[in-house]
Design a protein around this ligand. Structure first.
Ligand SMILES: [Zn+2]
Length: 183
């Protein structure tokens, strides 16, 4: 079951490692403003919506900063864990929207209690996937990598279904996909 991922420490560590790789790769490139070298400049964030947030390692947002005096421009790489500036984890935003499809109002209430996310927020996430993300440059540009039969009316569940493997593998693939999208 997908919601068990919110308590799965191994899954959380895999996402952390993925963000480490994304940051290490971004560090290979020079500062976009002055061409100087990028250094690690992580900061702390404490998103909501998953039990593993209690592990202090998971509140690290991998980030970079130009090492040249007078520039010091921050460059925060994409992430499989953080979705832009949202206060919830990316995985929670995916699950909260995906699991709503086809649910009665009563069962949405149950989902809201299970995730610890109020119903208005759940509804907003669903609208974000169905309207904002669906029309985004990221989705439009990369749509061709997905099966032609992908049902845009059931995003992001249809996106999860488009990847293969067990629940952690599908969710990891989706978060990797989403990490290249602007928040
Ligand atoms: Zn610079």
């Amino acid at each position: 079951m997908y919601t068990s991922l919110l308590r799965d420490a191994r899954f959380a560590h895999a996402l952390f490692d993925m963000d480490e790789r994304i940051a290490a790769e971004a560090r290979q490139r020079p500062c976009a403003r002055c061409g100087g070298p990028l250094h690690r400049a992580d900061y702390r964030r404490k998103p909501r919506g998953a039990a593993w947030a209690e592990d202090p390692r998971h509140s690290v947002r991998q980030s970079l900063c130009c090492g040249r005096d007078g520039c010091r421009k921050r460059a925060t790489p994409p992430s499989a864990r953080f979705l832009g500036r949202r206060v919830y984890w990316a995985v929670t935003v995916v699950l909260g929207a995906a699991l709503q499809h086809g649910l009665s109002a009563r069962r949405v209430s149950r989902l809201s209690a299970e995730l610890g996310v109020d119903r208005r927020t759940l509804s907003r996430w669903r609208q974000w996937w169905l309207q904002t993300y669906r029309r985004s440059e990221h989705f439009t540009r990369r749509r061709g990598e997905l099966p032609a039969t992908l049902d845009v009316a059931t995003l992001p569940q249809s996106l999860l279904d488009a990847f293969t493997g067990d629940a952690p593998a599908r969710m990891t693939a989706l978060l990797r996909w989403l990490s290249s999208a602007p928040g």
